[in-house]
Design a protein around this ligand. Sequence first.
Ligand code: ZN
Length: 269
Amino acid sequence: MPELPEVEYTRQRLSTWLGRGPILACTIDDARLVRPARPSAVAADLVGRTITRVERKGKWLRLVLGGNLSLFVHLAMTGWFERASSDEPLRHERARITVRGGKGGKTGEKKSHVAYVDPRRWGRWIASDSEIPAWTALGPDPLREKVAPDVLHAKLARRKKQSIKEALLDQSLLAGVGNIQAAEALWKAAIDPRSPAASITPAELRAILRGIDWTIARTLKDLAKGDAGEKDPWIAYGHKGLPCPRCGAHFVRIDLGGRTTTFCRACQK
Ligand SMILES: [Zn+2]
């Protein structure tokens, strides 16, 4: 599932691919993507508009268009964008935007086709002339905004029944952190993911925030390598039974709030 770094990487690529050319064509083949709006109505509304910039907050993307319209996109579990070089639809393609120009195309190509692919079809496209509730409800984005540790600490203090790991996944507290980034950040901060959120001290929270910055930067660096990136760049996530690089104990996997969590019992306290 794409988390903050993957969605940021998508944002960077979309910015390049879509350039500032006007949208020449748009097809939406999956009614589920835009419901309750009608696919043909959304597509018709996008055509002719210019994409002025691509923004991101947490796991949401926002294509800011001319005429005060925005297309908000959530990739959910399996959504991604891919450059398409012809009019042939890609496997699992659900929608497509064609713009004039756009960088990175074949030499001499006047159009740029960008396909939205989503095998499991849980993604969302919402065209709106104002900020949607899912966007405004998001907490600060660790990559875009300065997270105020004292504000976050006060919010965590009210989470009496929640573990710190579950709290980190709450998008209204911090935007963009998912299961992988939370596991990696807690390992870096040497904090037990089961610790009650309300028990986290200001010093521990600062260590967690540094851990989040560390894992996001690390993941972005790996994504920038493209196909040359690591197949498994993680240290804790998915490493059950493997040795912890900090202390040598074996990682364990537990269920926490319905999500699996891998951590080192020996050095994450
Ligand atoms: Zn360890």
